[in-house]
Ligand binder design. Sequence first.
Ligand code: APR
Length: 275
Amino acid sequence: MPGLIERAAADLKTAKYAIALTGAGISTESGVRDFRGPDGIWTKNPDMERRAYEAYGKLLKNPRKYWEENLNLPGILGDLSGVQPNAGHYALTSLEELGILKCIITQNVDNLHHLAGSKNIIDYHGNAFKLRCMRCGTRYPTEEYDLRLLKDAGKLPPLCRKCNGVLKEDIVHFNEPIPIDAAEKSLEEAMKCDLMLVCGTSAVVYPFANLPRIARQKDYGRGFSELYTKDAGHPATIIEINAEPTPLTADGISDYIIQGKTGEILPAIVRTISG
Ligand code: APR
C-alpha cells in the first residue's frame, strides 16, 4: 500500500482539476452504517431496503398520509444530529485548502463534509437536515419548519413559502429523479476533471456510479457532448479508495484501487503531499 499512497500523492500534485466522489464508506468511521458492506443496513435488513423502494411512490400518492406516517419514525441512518466527521472527511478538506481538490460530489446525506469545513460540495442524494420543494426545488433547513406543530394542527404536508408546493425531505429516494441542479453540476465536474478520487462507495447505484465512467471516457453520449465537452479535460485518472473492489475495479474504469479504510488512507496521502 505505501507505494500506492505515494503514487496517489504524486498524481494529485500534478492534477490540474481533481475532484472526489464519496459514499457511505467514508462515514462508517464516524459511526454511520453503510448499506452494502458486511455490516450494511441493506445487507442486514433486506426488508428495510424493499420498503425504501416504496417510499417515493407513497409520497407521490398521498403526501399528507406519507408525512403523518413517517414524521415520528427514526431515519434509516438513525439519529445523525451528534455525529462528527472523521479523519477521512478532514483529509478531503485539507486537499481543498491546498488548492488540489476542486469539488466533492457525495451520495451521503449525513452533512459530514459540510461539518468538516469543505466548501465546494454537491449533495447528490440530498441532505438529511434539509427539506426541498417538489415543485420549484427550493431547499429549506428543516428547523425552519415546526413539523410537529403542523402535524398537531392537521396541516401536513409542509408547504413551500415561495410557490406553495409540497415539501419533502431533501433526501433522494429510490426511483426519485436526481434534482436537476445536482445532476447538471456533477456532470460538468465529471467532464472537467482530470483526476477523480472515488472513496467509500460500492459504485452500484446509478446514475451516481456513471460519473467515474463519464470522467474516464469523457463522453456523456450523443447530443449532450458539445454542451459538456467544451471544458472537457483529458480522460481522467480514476483512483478508488475502498475496503473492497467494486465494478469500477472489475471493469477497468479505475486506474488503481487503494484497498483499506478511507480514514487511514486519505490522511496518509495528505501527509505525503504536505511532506
Ligand atoms: N473505508 C473504505 N471503504 C469502506 C469503509 C471505510 N471505512 N467502510 C465501508 N467501506 C466500503 C464498503 O465495503 C462498501 O464497498 O464502502 C462501500 C459502501 O458502499 P454502500 O454501502 O453501497 O454505500 P454507497 O455506495 O454510498 O451507496 C449508494 O445507495 O442505498 C443507497 O442512497 C443510498 O447513497 C446511498 C447509495
